[in-house]
Design a protein around this ligand. Structure first.
Ligand code: MLC
Ligand code: AMP
Length: 512
């Protein structure tokens, strides 16, 4: 195992390049290999292409592309020149993108050509953002710009507190906010995981996650860089293909949906997992029953960990100690986690366990605040500097954290966050809809299935398929309800508040 000590993600990369120049950094399934020493040259050329487009240190580069090796280079090139990488889910609609461009004011938008329709081009022009394309095969006018660029000779002066990434995350109220992650935040996350999981140059990670969220980007790529490990790169997760590739790797990082899909394959078993050193799960709760079924099937205990866009990573079950099903483990080294009493409750229980309360966190991995939203930033931190996560948890007597609920109205579907209020607003704006309530219901594949309960206006005959088709024009596809149920009225308490718990109980069996 190596001891990754660098306090900057780029230094991590360059250390790898110097110490093992011909080690493979990334291998594609069709056999392409990018060595560590090649990364230097390639990312300097990408940086030069960015500079030629007018991008300077501190400016945002908005990237809304399908997963590709070139997208990885683009991210590392931003790190190299100190531009803030701003990834967006390719599922976002033109309306959603327009908001992000207006809020972040990036210098450049690099987008998949299939997404760069008239509406998107108009939004970019109106926001005075220059647009270049990059497709899933790594082709596009951005690639043409890179091909004609000479390696950028400039070594920027980069500070730990410089902005490295702006990652948008939805709020319970209002629109998405950009979480400002510094270089120090990214380095702390990468170091923390490389150390905790003893990742080293012999490890190869099967990379199946999207590159537009912190899991696939910072936890996966940065940890590999920090440890000088390698990546076997899959453009998207397909269970059968992933299963067939497991014998070539040692590490896997996934969301619970990946694990339930692997378990659904009859061919997945001890033999396929025999070469694996570690399976990690995060981004959503892993059911204790999935944990047990997985161990029974292949003999490996999934290691569950807990993170957030605003904090990269916070807690992890131990590599060597006990991995407890249902728990996300103790805090990582250097991370403070405390449980703050919820109204009317709190304190330490007699047996050393804490009562459930709000999870608050502090540490070098915790972000610098929300982009251009000082009020929201202030509200999200306590006076003594702890970030209020919005997750409800408790510690057991061994110091293992359990996430037992959420203090915010949030659904996590297949590892993607969906804020019901956003879907409700979109539904309520449709003709014929009087009101709606959006809830998450237990779903075999996605963990929670986004579900809408709708009251129609008198005389309006609404069909589920038609409402779904209309929503698809407004919202990213993973936010679209899997089912829309019609009711005469929504259950309310005496204060007039919709009783979502009653709805969840009434419809708990919809997807079973
Ligand atoms: C896809 N679909 C989803 C969905 N993913 N619906 C609900 N929830 C999801 N997560 C829908 C699409 O809209 C589409 O519907 C249909 O499923 C098929 O789309 P697909 O693209 O073919 O899906 P698939 O490749 O099977 O995707 C499933 C998945 C993906 C599990 C591989 O969702 C995924 O990569 N999840 C990982 C998300 C992630 O990286 N989260 C990390 C966040 S960071 P239709 O109707 O349009 O056909 C974080 C911090 C931390 O949380 O701690 O990690
Ligand atoms: P995001 O804002 O997309 O980064 O999602 C972060 C949220 O995902 C956290 O606040 C948690 O609610 C949830 N999350 C991440 N990891 C886990 C986990 N292992 N178990 C339960 N929830 C998790």
């Amino acid at each position: 195992m190596t001891e990754p000590q660098h306090s900057d993600p780029l230094q991590c990369l360059e250390a790898g390049w110097r110490e093992s120049p011909d080690a493979p950094f990334l291998t594609t399934v069709v056999g392409g290999v990018v060595r560590y020493d090649e990364l230097e040259l390639i990312t300097r050329r990408v940086a030069a292409a960015l500079r030629a487009q007018g991008v300077r240190k501190g400016e945002r580069v908005c990237v809304m592309v399908e997963k590709s090796v070139e997208a990885v280079f683009l991210y590392i090139a931003c790190l190299r020149m100190g531009a803030a990488f701003m990834p967006l889910n390719t599922a976002y609609t033109a309306t959603e993108l327009d908001y992000f461009l207006g809020d972040a004011e990036p210098r450049l938008l690099i987008i998949d050509p299939a997404l760069a329709g008239e509406e998107v081009r108009a939004a970019a022009t109106h926001r005075t953002v220059h647009l270049l394309t990059l497709d899933a095969q790594g082709e596009g006018d951005f690639t043409a710009a890179v091909d004609s660029a000479r390696p950028d000779p400039i070594d920027e002066r980069l500070e730990a507190q410089d902005l490295a990434a702006l990652v948008y995350t939805s709020g319970t109220t209002g629109r998405s906010k950009g979480a400002m992650l510094t270089r120090a935040n990214l380095a702390a996350g990468a170091r923390g995981l490389a150390q905790a999981w003893e990742v080293g140059p012999r490890d190869v990670l099967l990379h199946v996650l999207p590159l537009f969220h912190v899991h696939g980007l910072f936890m996966a790529i940065n940890t590999v860089l920090a440890a000088r490990a390698g990546i076997l790169f899959l453009p998207r997760f397909e269970a059968r293909e992933a299963c067939a590739l497991l014998p070539r790797v040692t590490l896997f990082m996934g969301v619970p949906t990946h694990y339930t899909r692997l378990l659904a394959l009859t061919e997945f078993g001890r033999e396929t997992a025999a070469h694996m050193r570690l399976f990690v799960s995060g981004s959503a709760p892993l059911l204790a029953e999935t944990h047990r079924e997985f161990e029974a099937r292949c003999g490996q205990r999934i290691l569950e960990r807990y993170g957030m866009t605003e904090t990269v990573v916070l807690a992890s079950n131990p590599l060597r100690g006990e991995r407890k099903p249902g728990s996300v483990g103790p805090p990582l080294a250097g991370v403070d986690i405390r449980i703050a009493p919820l109204a009317g409750e709190g304190g330490v229980a007699a047996d050393g366990e804490t009562h459930a309360g709000m999870i608050q966190v502090r540490g070098p991995n915790v972000f610098a605040g929300y982009w251009r939203a000082p009020d929201k930033t202030r509200e999200s931190f306590t006076q003594d500097g702890f970030f209020i996560t919005g997750d409800v948890g408790r510690f057991d007597e061994d110091g293992y954290l359990y996430i037992v609920g959420r203090a915010r109205d949030l659904i996590i579907s297949g590892g993607y966050n969906v804020y019901p209020v956003e879907v409700e607003e979109a539904l309520d704006a449709l003709p014929g809809v009087a009101e709606s309530a959006v809830i998450g219901l237990p779903h075999r594949d996605f963990g929670e299935g986004v579900t809408a309960v709708v009251v129609c206006k008198p005389g309006a005959g609404l069909a589920e398929t038609e409402l779904i088709a209309q929503l698809k024009r407004r919202l990213a596809n993973y936010k679209i309800p899997k089912r829309i149920l019609f009711v005469a009225e929504l259950p309310r308490n005496t204060m007039g508040k919709v009783q979502k718990a009653a709805l969840r109980a009434a419809y708990a069996e919809v997807y079973r």
